[in-house]
Design a protein. Structure first.
Ligand code: PMP
Ligand code: GLN
Length: 382
């Protein structure tokens, strides 16, 4: 038979999977794909086992366990002073990835345009394309990687259906400010554009800064899917439990997709997270400090390296400016690092339309000190 032509002809294996596989092949220190090399809290892990043993092994409700939706509503109230209805405004999903796909599929149609900021997390574009829409790319340029709001205003057309923001931002580690949200709200005011706010690193923010969640901005929140992931907050990326907060009418549309994409997400893991959240409502407050220490450790250790660094403002990623070291493209440079230095990193160009070369690469610092020590020693020898 003749197989159908690819719906995603330009999409290959993600750069995260590629780099992690190469790191294993070369036995390099893997600071590429973003995941912690340590476990989440023992109490959380034990709770998952306990719920499996206790029989929480059948389908969860489509929108998620009520206990978990209640715990999320409490958290959003505590952190951002927004009152949510757990029944109509919260959906538990199989990771933020599913929430992103479901949100885009729920409202983006053929012929629509979706504005994304490059470097853009890699799951946005395929979801936009599979729904027959086109992505309109606005490049964030080094060294500040800030959004130019005038450019956003100019990019809006009658076809613009959605804008996707991500703060704290993967891969640059930058964060949006109150000013950014105010500018965005002013631009969107008289439009029907939906906002997707990817806030999976909401609790990983440094130097005493406050995360500017869209939950804090009533006007924007009214038109937004706000997406987060427990994988980041509780160091359990493999659990793939995330959630989406949205007004009732958007939630209703999101759930129409979610119920046929996965229907529901792992019951015992939801039960364990809910139990842990209720027992430790303060947990997320120490997360910024925990990762800030790792960021500082990495930055201090790399002070003696030939790389230029501006400390990351959030996420567990740090950018390195390698232009003093090499004039290779970032893809060639990460290959060189892997083979000659034994450290795996992530290039930025795969996250830019047209493969724009920034001269920066990304390191993940969600690792134990011994790993970070060994990696930075190797990088300092360059
Ligand atoms: N958005 C961003 C910006 C991410 O970095 C990630 C995961 N690293 C996701 C979404 C997906 O999260 P999850 O693993 O919960 O699907
Ligand atoms: N989001 C993780 C990162 O940025 C990777 C997730 C994945 O591999 N799909 O590295």
């Amino acid at each position: 038979m003749r197989y159908p032509t690819s719906k995603l002809p330009h999409i290959g294996l993600t750069i995260f999977s590629q780099m992690s596989a190469l790191a294993a092949e070369y036995q390099a220190i893997n600071l590429s794909q973003g995941f912690p090399d340590f476990d989440g809290p023992a109490e959380l892990l034990n709770a998952a086992g306990k719920h499996i043993q206790a029989g929480a092994n059948q389908y969860a409700p489509m929108s998620g366990l009520a206990t978990l939706r209640d715990a999320i509503a409490d958290k959003v109230q505590r952190c951002y002073q927004r009152k949510l209805s757990p029944d109509t405004e919260i959906t538990i999903t199989s990771g933020a990835t599913e929430a992103i796909f479901a949100a885009i599929s729920a409202v983006v149609s053929s012929g629509d345009e979706v504005i994304v900021f490059d470097p853009a997390y890699d799951s946005y574009e395929p979801a936009i394309r599979l729904n027959g829409a086109t992505s309109v790319h606005i490049a964030l340029v080094p060294p500040a990687f800030e959004i130019d709001w005038q450019q956003v205003e100019a990019a809006i057309t009658p076809r613009t259906r959605m804008i996707i923001i991500n703060s704290p931002h993967n891969p640059t580690g930058t964060t949006l400010t109150e000013y950014d949200l105010a500018r965005l709200a002013a631009i969107l005011q008289d439009t029907d554009i939906v906002l997707l706010s990817d806030e999976v690193y909401e609790h990983i923010i440094f130097d005493g800064a406050k995360h500017m969640s869209v939950n804090r901005h009533a006007e924007l929140a009214e038109r937004s899917f706000i997406i987060s992931s427990f994988g980041k907050t509780y160091h359990v990326t493999g659990w793939k439990i995330g959630y989406c907060v949205a007004p009732k009418s958007l939630t209703k549309e999101l759930q129409k997709v979610h119920q046929y994409l996965t229907f529901s997400s792992a019951t015992p893991l939801q039960a364990a997270i809910a139990e842990f959240m209720v027992a430790h409502p303060e947990y997320e407050q120490q997360l910024g400090g925990f990762y800030q220490q790792k960021r500082n450790f990495l930055n201090q250790a790399l002070a003696a390296s030939p790389f230029d660094l501006t400390p990351s403002a959030g996420t567990y990623f740090q950018l390195l400016d390698y232009r003093n070291v090499s004039d290779l493209t970032d893809l060639d440079f990460v290959s060189w690092l892997l083979e000659n230095v034994g450290v795996a990193a992530i290039p930025l160009s795969p996250f830019y339309k047209g493969g724009y070369q920034t001269g920066f690469i990304r390191l993940c610092f969600a690792k134990g000190e011994a790993t970070l020590s060994e990696a930075t020693e190797r990088l300092c020898k360059i």
